[in-house]
Design a protein around this ligand. Structure first.
Ligand SMILES: [Zn+2]
Length: 463
């Protein structure tokens, strides 16, 4: 039988229903779908491929899903250290967000997307919140798509300045649109990029704790109307549920549940500070949570209760939280940090295992994003990463999954396939002029740092 692409003879970790592993195995692809996956001898004998890639000495795994990132923050990498989430926002990220111009956002998103592809990420949920005029939002979506990546640009909506936002010191300049305007602008973007576009638009009230409740209602309604997910930051800092409780007399996730706004369309970033009832609600409604352990550790935000959320039924994906808080678009690092965070927090070395981390970064990520990706099964979208295993830090090789989660890193990815198309190989993203991109990003970043008044943050050695 004829196929377009055959990934032959690798250690194939499918993360399919029965969690099949074929060592050696092969994956046959026709168009944008997986046509066959199985033992190498059998599969290679059955399929005649237009192109065969020799994957001996490599792992073949589902492409990773980054459940929460902010690609526009790529130009601020390495600044804003030693702050917890609120000062980080107020002193660093808000001024940066206000200074970013549309062209900066497009270049940053392209850079972040390239970095993601180079580390085997095939889907990103890009929570874009500066600038949020439809032209820029659509340009960012086009930029992400032009690299070959799949995903969604979740348009950050802030609305008017609520009492909580004022009390917590959010700058005036952030509040450009009314609640109704935010909903209409997001709707306009969604109409241009309907569901099942390679890069969709999702509504994303920026943070449950300080945006207007009507904005959250409107976002959930839009998602239902269009058949997409919706996205928001949820209880990342300990003060988020406290300030909400003070203002509204109810905790934020409790309110979502009361209003009937919690279901499989809901994707919550962080969800660190939840009480028992909130965990139960998220689980019962099969809502999504993006766990971002590298960012949570960087900002000292706290440790998400992974075991309780998954036992309750929540769909937990993993996320990088962007180049400014997570610092690398690298799900290998995020998988490892997930396990280490849980173990340190519970003092239980068996609190979570490497197989679970890989499931969260792939299969559960696909459920969360609604893409049907994250597993190598016949008929599934062909989103695949090929990872080198022949390097000193990966040898000797006893268990493929342990090698992937504990020892491998993003730069070990040799090939990334999205929707059946090879978009990263031989050390470069094939659809992007990476050299020109890096030069433009550096130039724009330097001008931006100056414009935002961040000169002092770039000191080489701070005492
Ligand atoms: Zn975030």
């Amino acid at each position: 039988m004829q196929c377009d692409l055959l990934l032959s003879g690798g250690r194939v970790v499918t993360v399919d229903g029965p969690r099949s592993v074929y060592e050696p195995g092969s994956v046959a692809i026709i168009g944008n779908r997986i046509a066959a996956v199985g033992p190498a001898a059998e599969t290679d004998a059955t399929w005649q491929a237009a192109r065969t890639v020799d994957c001996r000495g490599r792992a073949v795994v589902p492409g990773f899903v980054d459940g929460h990132t902010h690609l526009f923050q790529a130009l601020a990498r390495g600044l804003g250290e030693g702050l917890s989430i609120w000062p980080w926002l107020c002193e660093f990220m808000w001024p940066y967000s206000i200074a970013v111009d549309p062209e900066d956002a497009r270049v940053a998103a392209t850079l972040g997307a390239v970095e993601a592809l180079r580390s085997g990420i095939t889907t990103v949920i890009d929570n874009h919140y500066a600038p949020t005029d439809p032209e820029t939002v659509l340009a960012v979506a086009r930029a992400v798509e032009s690299t070959g990546l799949r995903g969604a640009v979740a348009r950050g909506m802030i609305g008017h300045r609520t009492a909580v936002a004022a009390a917590r010191g959010l700058p005036d300049a952030l509040f450009r649109y009314s609640v109704d305007e935010e909903i209409e602008l997001t709707r306009a973007c969604m109409e241009r990029r309907p569901p099942h576009s390679m890069v969709e638009i999702w509504p994303a009230p920026l943070n449950l704790s300080y945006v207007d409740q009507d904005l959250v209602r409107g976002a959930a309604e839009l998602a239902t109307e269009f058949g997409t997910r919706w996205h928001t930051h949820c209880s990342e800092g300990a003060k988020d549920p406290e300030s909400y409780l003070e203002a509204y007399g109810v905790r934020p996730v409790q309110w979502l549940a009361q209003e009937g706004l919690l279901d499989e369309r809901t994707t919550l970033a962080h969800a660190v500070w939840l009480d028992e009832a909130e965990i139960k609600h998220i689980g019962e409604r099969r809502a999504g949570v993006s766990h971002n352990p590298a960012s949570n550790a960087y900002l000292a935000s706290g440790v998400m209760r992974l075991r309780e959320l998954r036992d309750a039924g929540a769909v937990v994906a993993l996320g990088t939280d962007g180049p400014s808080a997570g610092h690398r678009q690298d799900m290998f690092e995020v998988m490892k940090q997930t396990l280490f965070g849980q173990r340190q927090h519970t003092l239980d070395p068996a609190a979570a295992r490497c197989e679970e981390a890989l499931e969260l970064a792939t299969r559960e990520g696909g459920r969360y994003a609604g893409t049907g990706t994250g597993h190598l099964s016949v008929g599934a979208p062909a989103d695949i990463a090929v990872v080198a295993l022949d390097r000193p830090h990966l040898r000797p090789l006893h268990r493929t999954v342990a090698a992937l989660v504990y020892s491998a890193r993003g730069s070990d990815v040799e090939m990334t396939v999205v929707d059946g198309r090879v978009v990263y190989e031989d050390g470069r993203c094939v659809l992007v002029d990476e050299e020109a991109l890096l030069a433009e990003a550096q130039e724009r970043a330097e001008r931006l740092v100056e414009r935002a008044g961040f000169g002092a943050l770039t000191t080489a050695w701070r005492h």
